[in-house]
Ligand binder design. Sequence first.
Ligand SMILES: Nc1ncnc2c1ncn2[C@@H]1O[C@H](COP(=O)(O)OP(=O)(O)OP(=O)(O)O)[C@@H](O)[C@H]1O
Ligand SMILES: *[C@@H]1O[C@H](CO)[C@@H](O)[C@H](O)[C@H]1NC(C)=O
Ligand SMILES: *[C@@H]1O[C@H](CO)[C@@H](O)[C@H](O)[C@H]1NC(C)=O
Ligand SMILES: [Mg+2]
Length: 338
Amino acid sequence: MQRAERFPGASVLLLLLLLAARVVTAFEPISVGIAIGAVSALTGYLSYKDVYCRFAECCREEQPLNASALKLDLEEKLFGQHVATEVILKALTGFRNNKSPKKPLTLSLHGWAGTGKNFVSQIVAENLHRKGLKSNFVHLFVSTLHFPHEQKIKLYQDQLQKWIRGNVSACANSVFIFDEMDKLHPGIIDAIKPFLDYYEQVDGVSYRKAIFIFLSNAGGDLITKTALDFWRAGRKREDIQLKDLEPVLSVGVFNNKHSGLWHSGLIDRNLIDYFIPFLPLEYRHVKMCVRAEMKARGSAVDEDVVTRVADEMTFFPKDEKIYSDKGCKTVQSRLDFH
Ligand SMILES: Nc1ncnc2c1ncn2[C@@H]1O[C@H](COP(=O)(O)OP(=O)(O)OP(=O)(O)O)[C@@H](O)[C@H]1O
Ligand SMILES: *[C@@H]1O[C@H](CO)[C@@H](O)[C@H](O)[C@H]1NC(C)=O
Ligand SMILES: *[C@@H]1O[C@H](CO)[C@@H](O)[C@H](O)[C@H]1NC(C)=O
Ligand SMILES: [Mg+2]
C-alpha cells in the first residue's frame, strides 16, 4: 500500500478508502480490507490490484498482447517496411500467446540509417508496456553511451548481468533494447548470452519471458543491394520477402566484424529468433514522413512544403537516386526551416 503513495491519483483514492473505512468502523467493527473491497466494487474496479495498476505501473505478465492494436500502430505509423511489419507482428504475437516459451524472444533489427529501427522499438515497447520507453520494465542501452570504454569491458559485463538479472526478477516480461550494436564490443554480448539460451532457469531466475531487441546498421548495405536488384529488375518493392533477405543477412552480419554479433556465438547457436530487415526509404516514403511530422505538430499538411522538404534530402545511388541517404532521419529538423 505504501507504494501507492508515490502517485498523486492513488493517494487521493487511498485517502477516500481510509475515510470510508473510518465511517464504516464507526458503526461496526469491519476490517479495512472489506471496506476497500466494498469501495473498489462500488467504483467499478475488480480488485485492489486493478486499482493500483491504474495509477502505478504494473508488470502484468498474464495480460495478453493486443495484436490488433500493434498491427494498427505499425500499419499507420511505419512507412515502407512491409517485411519488418509482418515479421515483428508474427514474432510478438506468437511469443506472447505462448504460455511457456522455451527461450526469451530475441529480435535483431538491421537496416540503413533513418529507416525506422528505433521508431519501431518505441512502438513495440509501447504495446508491451503502457509507458513505452519510459516504463520501468523497458531498458534501452546505447553502446556509445552506456559502454564507451574498451578497457572497462569487465565492469560493463558484470554490471549488465546484474541489471538484467535484477530487472527480470522484478518483471519476467522485461524488454531490453540494445542500440548501436555495430559499435558494441562483442564481449558484452557474450556476457548476456547465457540469458538468451534455452535454459529453464539461470541461478533461480527464468529469462524465458523476456524480450531482447538488437538494433544495428550491419547488413544495411546487403539489404539495399537486394532492394536495388529488385528495382532494376522492374519488380515491385512490396514483392520483396523475408526469404529474399534473411539468408544474406545472417551470413553477412555474422561475417561483419563491426556488427556486434561477430562470432559472438549468438548466430551459430541460433539464439537470434528473427533477423528483421529494414528497407532503404524512397522519395515517396520521405514525403510520408514529412506529412506525419506535420500532423504530429498539429499543423495542416501543406503539399508544397512536403515537396520542398523531400527535395532537400539527398538520394543514392548516384545515377538512379532512389533511396534517401538518411532515410527519414533529418526530416524533423528540416521541417523547422519551412
Ligand atoms: N519507416 C519509417 N516510417 C515512419 N517514420 C520513420 C520511418 N523511418 C524513420 N522514421 C522517422 O525518422 C525518425 C528517425 O528514425 P529512427 O531513429 O527510427 O532511425 P534508425 O533506423 O534508428 O536509424 P539509425 O540506424 O541511424 O539509428 C523516426 O523518429 C521517425 O520519426
Ligand atoms: C485492442 O486494440 C483495438 C484497437 O486499438 C481496440 O479497439 C480494442 O478494444 C483492444 N482490445 C482490447 C482487449 O483491449
Ligand atoms: C534495471 O536496469 C537499470 C538500467 O536500465 C538499472 O539501472 C537498474 O539498477 C536495474 N535494476 C535492478 C534491480 O537491477
Ligand atoms: Mg537508431
